[in-house]
Design a binder for this molecule. Structure first.
Ligand code: 3EB
Length: 323
């Protein structure tokens, strides 16, 4: 396995499987795509505890896996997993790179039998570094916003998302799309990210706070975006981890409570949490709080990653799915 930017069109080499798995996402020290297996990817946000860490996305329907140019995909009747790893040559323009990556990915998703993006994960290197007067995250947001606008996807139809920084080079994007559209959910404690004022960057982030959709078992599932210590559009408790954690938990609770219908059932069925920490030394104290908040049975994965605003120490994403 190795980072392979020479993966080329091989839709002639599609492979059908029926093993109940749509995708497997592992976490390590670099982004990896295996030309022999588009079903499995590695993300370069290392697990903090040291134990090998992976997510498995189950899907009990036959799936077809392959490559379309350098887009890896696995698709069944109802769901699509697609991913792209873009190398970042020295001197490349991150806005352009992001815009082109998203334009290709959104076109691929739209042409598939699962044309509705539900949940997207973005990982980019040196996320807080300067890029000609703005932070690299802001350049990323600009390119992404241009691609969404060009694809005529309105803000109100943006997928849920995560955008995290890491040491691994390249821009890694992976997503879940559905044959049916989901319902974007916002957080009443926060301004919608796509309405952030311009002091956070020239174009706002294109994501919904969460996405409610009918899962493979037809039950309601809630994919919760990366959530941080932001109220309105303002970073709260800059640099103060324990307070940021409490604010983040209030935001997680608020977004779940904002789901129309039976939000209490969703809240009782938190399936997992994923915690991105700037400082891996702080995982233990975070875990002590989260164990109590989530209940001892909920798997919590701690990953080392940089949050997209310098003053943010922690970001948490999660998933709710009643059995
Ligand atoms: C925030 O609420 C924190 O740009 O896709 C969280 C989740 C954040 C997704 C993204 C950014 C993104 O603004 C940062």
């Amino acid at each position: 396995m190795g980072m392979d930017d020479r993966i080329t069109h091989r839709s002639d080499a599609e492979k059908v499987t029926d093993d109940g798995v749509l995708a497997e996402i592992a976490y390590g020290t670099r982004h990896v795509r295996d030309p022999a297996d588009p079903r499995r990817i590695v993300i370069g946000t290392p697990p903090i505890a040291g134990a090998p860490a992976r997510d498995v996305w189950p899907l009990a329907e036959p799936t077809t896996a392959g490559w379309f140019d350098d887009i890896g995909y696995v698709v069944g009747e109802g769901f699509l997993f697609a991913h792209l790893l873009v190398p970042e040559p020295a001197g490349a323009d991150l806005t352009c790179l992001t815009r082109q990556a998203y334009t290709r990915l959104l076109a691929f998703v739209r042409a598939s039998r699962c044309p509705h993006p539900l949940r997207v994960w973005n990982y980019l290197s040196r996320i807080n570094e300067d890029d000609g007067g703005i932070e690299r995250y802001q350049s990323f947001c600009r390119g992404r916003a241009m691609a969404f606008a060009e694809a005529a996807i309105p803000d109100s139809r943006c997928p849920a998302a995560t955008a995290i920084g890491c040491d691994a080079p390249g821009l890694s994007i992976h997503l879940l799309a559905g044959s049916q559209a989901g319902t974007p959910i916002e957080n009443p404690r926060q301004i919608s990210a796509y309405r952030y004022p311009p002091n956070h960057g020239p174009r706002p982030p294109s994501f919904a706070r969460a996405m409610l959709y009918a899962g493979p078992e037809r039950s309601r599932e809630l994919a919760i975006s990366g959530t941080a210590s932001i109220v309105g559009h303002v970073t709260m408790h800059p640099g103060h981890l324990p307070r940021q954690l409490r604010e983040t938990l209030r935001n997680l609770a608020a977004v779940i409570d904002n789901v129309p219908g039976d939000s209490a059932t969703l809240r009782r069925h938190l399936r997992w949490l994923k915690v991105y920490l700037r400082d891996p030394e702080r995982a233990r104290e975070v875990d002590a709080v989260l164990r109590v908040w989530a209940g001892g049975h909920v798997p919590i994965l701690y990953l080392r990653g940089a949050i997209c605003r310098r003053a943010l120490e922690i970001e948490i994403e999660g998933h709710c799915a009643p059995a």
